[in-house]
Design a protein around this ligand. Structure first.
Ligand code: ZN
Length: 337
């Protein structure tokens, strides 16, 4: 077997199935090497079905750690319906602590709908969109800012043409209990997992659960609560599994819109970025966003960077060292609804 993807899980079978998706990929040190991606399937009777995935980008850890924990803690006798857990979707990227796969450079969240005869990342994307997503009522794909970016914790969905499914997605996103949430407009052909979910006829849910290539007590608690709330909202679990103690009442939800290039400040040349405002700050157009230093021309004063648009600061670059094209800081527009 030198192509495709081998799936050991029977999605119609009752009970617990643990195994690995295997993607054959011949490499120098191992001609018959297989990329082995852990997967757990729990099915307890008829009921709702949820796919939980993380490690779409390898260096985004809240989801990877919490879904690994959930694999150990979720008791099949206490669920109704089915849960599939994929804690390290792009496993090669996870194992080298990178966003993209070291084998093919593949960014899984830009690889959908994939290609069954393509690179490992393309084959995985094709399997997820065509074989796995369609068997679930909802898909939660957990992201964070990654090594290079700090991101305001938020949940996220993409707008879908199917009005009924979109309304259900909004309801479930609200149920996840974040203080901030996005509705992204990436179109029906989006190469993202959320675009794939739309094409697969399931409800796609996502979010940015932390950032910086690390985790914090706060980001882990936010992630645990979001997963627990979703399991309860879908009727799969009767009580929280990952959260320590009962779930608090969720905060009021602020919806955000990020749709224009002018909401970000991009580097136009090599430089060193110093942010002036924290994540979550409310800013106006013209406010100071940060400074751009030039360590190669120390006689030059640092450049003051100003926001072109107001809003809520949702992300900024963590690596000071920046190149032309890097996004340094972004604001999102608060919207009603
Ligand atoms: Zn990501």
């Amino acid at each position: 077997m030198h192509s495709g993807l081998v799936n050991p899980i029977d999605l119609f079978r009752e009970g617990r199935q643990a195994g690995h998706l295997a993607i054959p990929y011949s490499v120098d040190r191992s001609p018959y090497y297989q990329i082995r991606i852990p997967i757990l399937r729990l099915k307890n009777g008829e009921g709702p079905s949820l796919l939980l995935m993380a490690g779409n980008h390898g260096d985004e850890y809240e989801g990877e750690l919490q879904l690994g924990r959930l694999m150990r803690q979720l008791d099949i006798t206490k669920i109704r319906g089915a849960v599939t857990i994929l804690p390290m979707a792009n496993l090669p990227a996870v194992m080298v602590a990178k966003r993209c796969s070291p084998f093919d450079g593949g960014n899984l969240n830009r690889a959908f709908p994939g290609d069954p005869a393509g690179t490992p990342t393309a084959r995985l994307a094709h399997f997820l969109e065509h074989d796995l997503f369609p068997h679930h009522d909802a898909v939660l794909d957990l992201h964070s800012g990654g090594t290079s970016m700090a991101h305001l914790s938020c949940t996220l969905i993409e707008r879908q043409a199917d009005a009924e499914r979109f309304a259900r997605a909004v309801t479930l996103m609200r149920a996840m209990g974040a203080a901030h949430a996005f509705i992204a407009d990436n179109g029906p052909a989006a190469p993202t997992s959320m675009g794939a979910a739309g094409r697969a006829g399931t409800i796609g849910l996502s979010g940015e659960f932390g950032g910086g290539g690390t985790v914090s007590p706060e980001s882990m608690a936010f992630t645990a609560a979001a997963i627990d709330r979703l399991l309860v909202a879908l009727g799969i679990a009767g009580e929280p599994v990952l959260s320590r103690g009962p779930l608090a009442a969720p905060p009021a939800l602020q919806l955000l819109s990020l749709s224009r290039h002018s909401q970000g400040i991009y580097a136009g040349r090599r430089g060193w970025f110093e942010p002036a405002v924290p994540l979550g700050a409310h800013v106006s157009a013209g406010d100071l966003a940060g400074w751009y230093h030039d360590l190669e021309r120390l006689e030059q004063p640092e450049e003051a960077l100003r926001f072109a648009e107001g809003g809520i600061v949702i992300s900024h670059r963590l690596h000071c060292d920046s190149q032309a094209g890097d996004c340094l800081i972004q604001v999102a527009e608060p919207i009603d609804g």
